[in-house]
Design a protein around this ligand. Structure first.
Ligand SMILES: CSC[C@@H](O)[C@@H](O)C(=O)COP(=O)(O)O
Length: 365
């Protein structure tokens, strides 16, 4: 995507072959910093400490972690160690395991000497496939937004509510939930995006708002609790969220708070869509609430907020009494019954086993 006139992806290999570069998302929106990942440990730390985040980007970073790891040692024992190290970084986004299994399947049959080059080629394919999938999600979601605009008489902007960050920063490029927004903006459809702040890490405030501001797309930041009120007053035409793991039966796991938005959307007759590539579907699972591992993050994230002072210092300050502990589940599951539909690279489908199987027959088994 363009940032101040220059095209960026969220991850790329440096031309001199020494490292992988990522945008350090812990620094946004206050600073645009590019971080170098030179070792397997760097890649693992970038995922665990959320310099990179978002399911597809976590998968791409893990794939690059294989390349970096294979440069350190490429024997079978190290290959297994690389996989174990990366899979342990974050538990919920299934794209991580998907990428690790794909890299292992590609590299395991090869002689160690062939593995670094093969890893580099395979991660290149994973990244290009992600970009193409998200562009296709954008095209399919554009049709949905266009239909709503036409229903509104092609006059007023389409108001879209989104949660967390499922924009280009969460993928290699384009994003999932925001891909249709970018496609619609490019097609000249007037749009306005309601951006949930997304406590506790505020990915909406710091990343989605930043992306939309850079793209010149009209938006407002919303307190996490405001969406239901706006839906009651007809100010939301459509919700689009991303997904970190979607079961074969269409249950959507996404950033904590997504479920409450889906409940409010259902109560108010607002269409609620999740946008995701096929790599986010976990075909082994059918009961998202019971089967998807939900990441529990440190209470410190919730007990403090980060912001910039008027004189430009970035500070983290505590917001609760010193003796108060916090419970901080990072994701929740929206049951398929609350999801109007899924927007995938192969088109739209109902959030159901039959809907997904019709689009991905080769994976549904
Ligand atoms: C496109 S990735 C999934 C996104 O929809 C996003 O909402 C999300 O939950 C990411 O979580 P994060 O904890 O920032 O990695």
């Amino acid at each position: 995507m363009l940032v101040d006139g220059k095209a960026w992806r969220s991850i790329w290999p440096l031309a001199d072959g020494t490292a992988v570069a990522v945008i350090d998302q812990t620094k946004l929106p206050f600073a645009f910093v590019v971080a170098r990942l030179e070792t397997l440990a760097d890649a693992a730390r970038a995922i665990a400490e959320m310099l990179v985040r978002g399911a597809p980007l976590i998968g791409a970073t893990a794939a690059y972690g294989f390349w970096l790891g294979m440069r350190e040692a490429a024997d079978d024992m190290h290959l297994a160690r690389v996989a174990d190290t990366l899979v342990a970084c974050r538990p919920t986004a299934v794209n991580l395991r998907w990428a690790v299994e794909r890299m292992q399947a590609r590299l395991a049959p090869l002689a160690p000497a062939e593995r670094p080059a093969a890893a580099f080629a395979e991660v290149g394919r994973i990244c290009e496939e992600d970009v193409a999938a998200n562009a296709a999600i954008g095209r399919h979601g554009l049709a949905l937004i266009k239909a709503i605009w036409q229903k509104k008489g092609r006059k007023a902007p389409v108001n879209i509510l989104t949660h967390c960050n499922a924009g280009w920063l969460a993928t290699v490029d384009w994003g999932t939930a925001l891909a249709p927004v970018y496609a619609a903006a490019e097609a000249g459809i007037p749009l306005h995006v309601w951006v949930d702040e997304t406590r506790p890490r505020n990915q909406g405030a710091s990343l989605t708002a930043w992306e939309l501001a850079k793209a010149g797309i009209a938006h407002h930041l919303l307190a996490d609790n405001a969406g239901g009120h706006l839906m009651q007053h007809g100010q939301v035409d459509l919700c689009i969220v991303g997904s970190d793991r979607t079961t074969a039966s269409g249950d959507v796991c996404n950033k904590i708070g997504t479920y409450l938005k889906a409940l409010a959307a259902r109560a108010n007759g607002v269409p609620f869509y999740a946008a995701l590539p096929g790599s986010t579907v976990d075909w082994r699972l059918s009961d998202g609430i019971r089967e998807i591992p939900i990441e529990e993050r440190a209470g410190a994230e919730l007990l403090s907020v980060q912001g910039r002072t008027e004189d430009g210092r970035v500070l983290r300050v505590r917001i609760a009494p010193d003796e108060t502990p916090a419970c901080n589940p990072a994701f929740d599951v929206t049951p398929a019954g609350l999801v109007t539909g899924l927007i995938t690279e192969r088109g739209l489908c109902p959030a159901s086993r039959a809907g997904l199987a019709a689009l991905f027959p080769e994976r549904a088994g």
